[in-house]
Design a protein around this ligand. Structure first.
Ligand SMILES: Cc1ncc(COP(=O)(O)O)c(C=O)c1O
Length: 382
């Protein structure tokens, strides 16, 4: 592991205590702990219902199905996301369409969505809140209403993000979260469908549990996409810490943006007026990506590229005719830096020192040993 890793899940005494209670209680699979987590997480989002799932992908598939979408339906989404956003649409039996992204926010460009919706037979918009920044949900809602479409949130990366104080999970007809270990909060593997619609919630709860209505009564075909009670216990502990995690991510992001401000070759993330970014990733754009990454690598700082290949360039989607130049450009230029709450003050200090030093080098290609140029604490703030 790098000295400053890209992610570092925080599991402490509270997680141990809650998991221990589950282990001692003996109810390991679905049960009251999962129900409590569903209620607490939906409340946090400002939504009426939560249905826990085995991961974020199954949450998406479940929500799409529970909204009544399937064969003969088309869902438009971003080609610049984790492939699960598109896979879930296909797994629910619907067809995927792609609309290009806004180059500043990396989220769906509403004009591109409107063109796709006006052009074809689109039944739903699946908006991804990429890197922790909400998609432009108010505009997308107008489009959805005008063209009679459903609006779904892929909030896998955006726990607690908001628009004008309205949190993700309350911004669409249904929303889906992932609790994978690198996410803003974790249950190990896990996910959740969140919605205000009682019928959608009921259909989702049935689908993740073999269509079960009673002990051995099954109204529909379904799956076993349930979350374990161990996951529920972890989720309850992590949810309590989420506000602190978010505050730390935002504070780290601010420090990174300040350090990178003077670096002309790097574009830092934007946070539009009224939007609350929760920085699942702190992602910058640069034409010199490989050089920047090598520089950070030599300084023992982890980086990652989310995502180097747009979804429509992946083999399962290669037959889609897609015009998405901004998604393609972003895939060539973005790079994410460590921003997680596990960074210590000394880590942030070192990271910002390294980044400032990068900005002071006219031609970073001339650096042979970048780490040597940025001894911890060795740079002033000029
Ligand atoms: C945008 C997005 N959607 C969906 C998922 C799928 O979540 P999971 O990995 O829990 O299945 C992820 C997880 O990486 C994601 O980042």
């Amino acid at each position: 592991m790098r000295e400053i890793p890209i992610a570092d899940p925080d599991i402490g005494p509270e997680e141990h205590r809650r998991v221990q209670e589950v282990l001692e209680g003996g109810r390991l699979a679905d049960g009251p702990t999962v129900r409590s987590f569903e209620t607490a997480f939906a409340d946090f989002c400002g939504a009426d219902h939560g249905v826990a799932t085995s991961n974020g992908t199954t949450a998406l598939e479940t929500a799409i199905r529970a909204l009544g979408l399937g064969e003969d339906d088309t869902v438009v989404t971003s080609p610049f996301s984790f492939i699960a956003s598109a896979n879930a649409i296909q797994l629910a039996g619907a067809s995927v369409a792609f609309a290009d992204i806004d180059p500043e926010t990396y989220n769906l460009d509403p004009d591109a969505v409107e063109a796709a919706v006006a052009d074809g037979e689109v039944d739903a918009i699946l908006a991804v809140h990429l890197y922790g920044l909400p998609a432009p949900m108010d505009r997308l809602r107008e489009i959805a209403d005008e063209y009679d479409c459903l609006l779904i949130e892929d909030a896998a990366q955006a726990h607690g993000a908001a628009i004008d104080g309205r949190r993700t999970g309350s911004l669409g007809d249904a929303a889906c979260f992932s609790f994978y270990p690198t996410k803003n909060m974790t249950t190990g593997e896990g996910g959740m469908v969140v919605t205000d619609d009682a019928e959608v919630a009921e259909r989702a709860a049935r689908f993740v549990n073999h269509g079960r209505t009673d002990s051995y009564e099954h109204a529909t075909v379904g799956h076993n996409y349930r979350l374990t009670s161990i996951g529920g216990a972890l989720g309850l502990a992590q949810l309590e810490k989420l506000p602190d995690y978010t505050a730390a991510r935002r504070e780290h992001a601010e420090a990174l943006t300040e350090a990178l401000g003077p670096v002309d070759s790097i574009t830092t993330p934007t946070e539009p007026e009224g939007f609350t970014h929760v920085y699942h990733q702190y992602t910058v754009r640069t034409e010199n990506r490989e050089m920047f990454r090598s520089y950070l690598d030599a300084a023992d700082v982890d980086t990652a590229v989310y995502y180097p290949t747009p979804i429509h360039r992946q083999p399962p989607y290669a037959d889609h005719e897609v015009t998405a130049p901004e998604a393609e450009r972003a895939a060539r230029q973005v790079v994410s830096l460590p921003v997680h709450p596990g960074l210590s003050a000394a880590d942030v200090d070192r990271l910002t020192t390294v980044l400032r030093a990068y900005g002071r080098i006219d031609d970073p290609r001339e650096i042979e040993e970048p780490a040597a140029a940025v001894e911890p604490g060795g740079e002033s703030d000029d």
